[in-house]
Structure formats: C-alpha cells, structure tokens
Design a protein around this ligand. Structure first.
Ligand code: ATP
Ligand code: PRP
Ligand code: MG
Length: 300
C-alpha cells in the first residue's frame, strides 16, 4: 500500500448483484424487453450463454429454468430473480416478492372432463389428479381435507384425462383455449399467478442500494406503460378550458412561449387509451401543434 492510499475498510464497498431470469419460455422475451427498457440492458447475449453482463458492471444475469429461479434466489446463488409467482409457491422458497411485473398472468385451476360427474373438489377423494404443480396441488387438497392420488407430469397435462392417466388436472390456464381443445371444464381456481421480481432477503439488506436501484429502474418502465406525453401550444385565454380537459398527473406543466406573449406551451402525461378523444377536445378548445410522444420510463 502506498502512503497516500486509503485502507480497504475506508472504501465504500461495491457489491455485485446477480439476477436470475428464464433462459426460455413465454415470459423470457417480455423479461428481456423490460431489462432493456430499464436501461440495464444485457450484453453478450449468445444463445447458450449461462451468465451475461449488463451495462452496469456490478450487475450480471444468470439464465435459468423458471422453476429453479426461486431456489437460486433463496440460497443466494442469485440476489434477485424474475419468475412466476406459481414457481415461488411450488418451490416454497424463502424469497421476498418485490414487484409484480404484470405479465405472465394466469390461473392455476382444477379441471375435469366436460362430461365428468366429478363437479367439485370434494368429489376427488381417492381420484387421480395429474399436475406439473405437485406441491401446490397437495397443499390445496390438504387444506380442504381431501386426499386424491397426485400424478406428477412434466407437461401436456391437459391430455392426461383422455389418455386415462387421470380423472382431473391442476394446470395453468390463461385464455382457456387449451382446456377447451381438450374438452375440460374448470371446477375451482387454486392460485392466481403473474411474473414477479423476487429477492434474497439477506441481499435486500446487504446490497440494499444496488437492489433498490434495479427495483426502481424496472418499476419506472411499468409506470410508463399505457402512458404518453402530450405537448401543445395553447392561447393563454383558453388555458382554463385546457386544464379541465387534461387533469394530468398533478396537473399539466405550463410554460411561456418565447416568441409569443399570447401563447403558452402545455405538457402533460396522459393515459394512452384516452389520447384519441383528448386530441379532438384539445383542438376544439384552441390547442395547436399537438405532439404525442412515447414515455420509456416514469420515475415517481
Ligand atoms: N398460458 C400461460 N399464460 C400465462 N402465463 C403462463 C402460461 N403458461 C405458463 N405461464 C407462466 O410462465 C412461467 C414459466 O412457465 P414454464 O416453465 O412452463 O415455461 P413456459 O413459458 O410455459 O415454456 P415451456 O413450458 O415451453 O418450457 C410460469 O410462471 C407460468 O405461470
Ligand atoms: O389457457 P391457455 O392460453 O390455452 O394456456 C394454457 C397452457 O399454457 C401452458 O402450456 P405451455 O404452452 O407452456 O406448454 P406446457 O404445458 O408444455 O408447459 C399451460 O401449461 C397450459 O397448457
Ligand atoms: Mg409451460
């Protein structure tokens, strides 16, 4: 150590954070898009990469199966993870669910063949129930005091009743089309699920600063969803009318226009779905040069 350098204990420690995300499957694409939009970004993203760098040298990505992610996070192999709530419940992992990302929404349901005379969960005592979620299924029936025979399967669960392997299934349903195609009807909902940012509880304390930073970056993308930014010029005398049309987030921002004393510039964040109607009303109220812009991130 040179005379002028500070001892290691005086330096602010730099913590590395590892985020486990799905390597494939339907939620992997929206997760990658979210990470990209958040500004974190993923570098050297080859097909077979297991670990990838991000634009933040202290944050790395670990690709894993969605079902393994809760345990990787609980054990500290990763500090953060992104996977389904159903995966967390199935594994019973001790993780903190930090943020609902709002996609991968589905229900885990109990279903039977349309022509079955099994019409309620209690009819399933001693019957065979096939599922990709044995732990969730066991817990669900135990709570109701029902004892079925659980038949674990690795996929294509909806085919098992017609193959004679089971009398009922517990599986994911979102649009309901797979159940319909297989002539199955829902007799109960076991669990609602969607995709979550999850964290190792210890990392939340030890690496709080970096984890809060990532949490905020991802949340800011969600906040911006369905919102857009409106900019327009307005004659000062019609400002009151414009204000009633755009309640905005805490009201619109109003600025003088340098080239004209009569005009003001109005900026506001509005719901994307309302823009179509708002524009007509704003024009009628005297707004001009209206610009509609996408918002990438919104930090509250
Ligand atoms: N039909 C669906 N609609 C919405 N979310 C779903 C659906 N099927 C699965 N998911 C969610 O996707 C996450 C990953 O599930 P899974 O491991 O089955 O991967 P997958 O995307 O279905 O791909 P594959 O089954 O081909 O490996 C789970 O948390 C699950 O809740
Ligand atoms: O209600 P729906 O929109 O039809 O979606 C439900 C289907 O989606 C999932 O299957 P996936 O495509 O992931 O195949 P898998 O069963 O092999 O996991 C799930 O296991 C259901 O089969
Ligand atoms: Mg699947």
């Amino acid at each position: 150590m040179t005379k002028n350098s500070s001892p290691i204990s005086d330096r602010t420690p730099v913590f590395h954070v590892r985020i486990a995300i799905p390597n494939k499957g339907r939620i992997s694409v929206p997760i990658r898009e979210l990470i990209e939009k958040s500004g974190l970004g993923i570098i050297d993203n080859g097909d077979r990469t297991l670990i990838a760098r991000t634009r933040d040298q202290h944050v790395e990505i670990l690709y894993a199966r969605p079902i393994d992610i809760p345990e990787y996070v609980a054990s500290g192999v990763a500090d953060l993870g992104i996977t389904g709530h159903d995966m967390v419940v199935e594994r019973g992992s001790a993780v903190t669910e930090l943020l609902n990302l709002g996609f991968g929404s589905a229900s885990v349901v109990l279903a039977v063949p349309e022509n079955s005379n099994l019409n309620s969960p209690k009819d399933l005592n001693g019957k065979r129930v096939s599922t990709e979620f044995p732990a969730i299924t066991r817990k669900y029936f135990k709570k109701a005091g029902i004892i079925p025979i659980i038949v674990p399967v690795g996929g294509a669960c909806e085919a098992t009743p017609s193959l004679g392997i089971s009398d009922a299934i517990v599986d994911i349903s979102s649009s309901g089309s797979t159940l319909r195609q297989n002539h199955l009807k829902i007799i109960d909902t076991v669990l609602e699920t969607s995709t979550y940012l999850i964290a190792n509880p210890r990392s939340c304390i030890d690496k709080k600063e970096k984890i809060d930073e990532i949490h905020l970056a991802l949340e800011s993308v969600l906040n911006a969803r369905g919102k857009c930014y409106l900019m327009m010029n307005v004659i000062r005398s019609s400002l009151d009318d414009i204000r009633t049309i755009i309640p905005g987030m805490g009201g619109p921002t109003i600025m003088d226009v340098a080239s004209s004393a009569d005009m003001v510039a109005v900026h506001a964040v509005v719901d994307e779905e309302k823009v179509y109607q708002l524009i007509n009303r704003l024009k009628q109220a005297g707004a001009r040069d209206i610009l509609v812009m996408n918002i990438e991130r919104l930090i509250r």
